[in-house]
Write a protein that binds this ligand. Structure first.
Ligand SMILES: Nc1ncnc2c1ncn2[C@@H]1O[C@H](COP(=O)(O)OP(=O)(O)OP(=O)(O)O)[C@@H](O)[C@H]1O
Ligand SMILES: [Mg+2]
Length: 397
């Protein structure tokens, strides 16, 4: 055996031992994320799409339990209370039972443009507004998985993973069994695991067989999603920053596309190439019996600092070129987002890291951006246009 192979094997052995040691100490149940989110009457009312007066009236006439009170008399609600309020008042922001979830891919082949940050924040935003969400982390880097408090190392011995489901070498075919709970009662996740990269290679090797094997390889995720598509309102896909079989599976499964592009020249230029590649890949999928039809395609400027040299011009250029396909609000680059994600949290789960004003500005900006996406995705549900079927106030704005 060559020096190179021997060296690599020795390193793998040593890493494997370290992995097992890490695994035995890394997963401590007591370290799991606990959400202690509480909302005052004003915010709670806004999140369920009613006025504080309407909630107070429903509490007075017995349709709702009165809210909990802190020692200082401040009234507050938690996440479960929001669900109880919606149930009691018949507020259904999501799809009708017989409709399909909207499947949104947060896709760009360029690395580091904000895909995982947006996936995590959008999932939390949707949950706060009463939607049932499934996040599928299709990136072997597993950033989103970690932000949902699952350590990919803990899944090493697990047979019921996305990687096993996607791999044509595996017999595991119960997609729903790969779904895990998160700290959010209404967000579930199919986590990424280290085996996901192997699945990519296994899928790529179908190219040698061609024909039917390739067709099946391109549709694996779509078939899995079809088995649970009525159980959630929104399914968010976080792909890897490369166009291989995993990326193609994501594109074949999505019914809507959100493309993050920071206001930077290089990212803007590479996105032109990305759009071209998407079109080509959709042709590949269609030629392989996998028709793709996105209900919406939107570019979102994913990190914008108006005061930074050149970024204002980039934003103007994006407005001119993407026109109606660009969300009208850019996501502002924010230390709040950076600090929260470094602590594996979203801004929606965190307390202000600097001033309340900066934190509130960041949240208000994210709310506006995600509100626009919600408007797009709701158009995929015929029931959403029926009077009486509720959209949260911020989404309807
Ligand atoms: N609006 C923002 N403000 C500040 N920092 C941001 C913002 N969006 C993303 N970031 C930071 O940029 C970095 C890259 O973001 P992220 O991991 O979401 O990109 P990605 O596209 O998922 O990357 P990859 O292609 O590697 O999966 C992260 O450190 C994140 O905290
Ligand atoms: Mg990512």
């Amino acid at each position: 055996m060559s020096y190179t192979v021997n060296t690599l094997r020795a390193i793998t052995r040593s890493c494997g031992e370290m992995r097992d040691r890490v695994k035995s100490i890394v997963f401590k149940p007591e370290d799991r994320k606990v959400l202690d989110l509480t909302f005052g009457p004003g915010v709670a009312a806004e999140l369920v799409g009613r006025t504080p007066e309407a909630l107070a009236k429903a509490e007075k006439d017995g349709r709702l339990e009165p809210p909990k009170q802190q020692a200082n008399g401040r009234r507050y609600y938690d996440l479960e209370d929001l669900t109880r309020i919606r149930d009691a008042l018949g507020i259904h922001p999501g799809k009708a039972e017989d409709e399909d979830a909207v499947v949104i891919a947060v896709q760009n082949f360029k690395g580091g443009v904000g895909k995982s940050t947006i996936t995590k924040h959008f999932a939390d935003y949707l949950a706060l507004h009463g939607y049932k969400v499934l996040v599928i982390d299709c990136d072997p880097q597993a950033s989103t998985t970690t932000m949902f408090d699952i350590q990919p190392e803990t899944l090493i011995d697990d047979e019921q993973t996305l990687g096993h489901f996607l791999s044509p070498r595996s017999t595991f075919d119960d997609f729903a069994a790969a779904i895990h709970d998160t700290a959010w009662p209404t967000i579930k996740i199919i986590p990424s695991s280290l085996g996901l990269q192997d699945a990519e290679w296994d899928l790529t090797s179908t190219l040698r067989e061609g024909g039917q094997a390739v067709r099946e390889g391109l549709q694996r995720l779509r078939i899995g999603i079809s088995t649970i598509i009525k159980d959630f309102d929104v399914i968010l896909l976080d792909p890897p920053p490369a166009m291989g079989f995993l990326g193609l599976n994501v594109m074949a499964s999505a019914t809507g596309l959100l493309i993050p592009v920071p206001a930077r020249q290089l990212d803007y230029l590479s996105t032109i190439h990305f759009m071209d590649t998407i079109a080509e890949n959709i042709e590949v999928l269609e030629a392989n019996g996998t028709p793709v039809d996105y209900g919406f395609i939107r570019v979102v400027c994913s990190a914008y600092t108006p005061s930074k040299p050149g970024e204002h011009d980039m934003w103007k250029m994006m407005q001119a070129t993407y026109a109606n396909f660009l969300l009208s609000q850019p996501i502002l680059a924010s230390e709040e987002i950076k600090n929260a994600t470094q602590a594996f949290r979203s801004v929606y789960e965190s307390k202000p890291s600097a001033s309340h004003a900066t934190y509130n500005r960041c949240r208000e900006n994210l709310d506006l951006v995600f509100g626009e996406v919600v408007q797009q995705m709701r158009q995929q549900w015929p029931s959403a246009s029926i009077v009486g079927h509720d959209a949260p106030a911020s989404a309807a704005a």
